[in-house]
Design a protein. Structure first.
Length: 131
């Protein structure tokens, strides 16, 4: 009946969101500038470490590490049709918001959250390359 159709459709959406998150696996180099200062961050995203978010069914997160071995999370956000990588820290949190331009390149923006100030910065232009 009707239930089967909607369940099947939801199953496809779930599988698709998971698949899109899984495409992020690998070693990434993210470049961005704040003012005239260029920065490079390196991330490893582990394609075997993907789980559904309890707080947001149908959304998935892939875990990995930054260049200092800190834990990061990345995924595809179906509400916005964008990918993001979140890197929590003691002083600031970083977020990269991006889309693919080809299989191993992404483009988007970078913003940071100040714990002491309690605010998000502007979103600065960023690019990323997987190697």
């Amino acid at each position: 009946g009707q239930g089967n159709i909607s369940n099947a459709k939801q199953g496809v959406c779930l599988a698709n969101n998971r698949f899109l998150t899984e495409t992020l696996g690998g070693n990434w180099r993210f470049n961005y500038s704040i003012g005239s200062s260029p920065y490079v961050d390196y991330f490893y995203l582990d394609a075997t470490e993907v789980e559904e978010l309890a707080s947001s069914p149908g959304a998935f997160i892939m875990y990995g590490t930054d260049q200092y071995n800190g834990i990061v999370g990345a995924g595809y956000d179906p509400s916005y049709g964008l990918y993001s990588l979140y890197n929590p820290g003691d002083i600031i949190d970083e977020e990269f918001i991006f889309n693919y331009t080809n299989m191993n390149k992404v483009e988007g923006c970078y913003r940071l959250y100040s714990h002491s100030g309690g605010y998000w910065s502007d979103c600065y232009s960023m690019t990323g390359t997987r190697n």
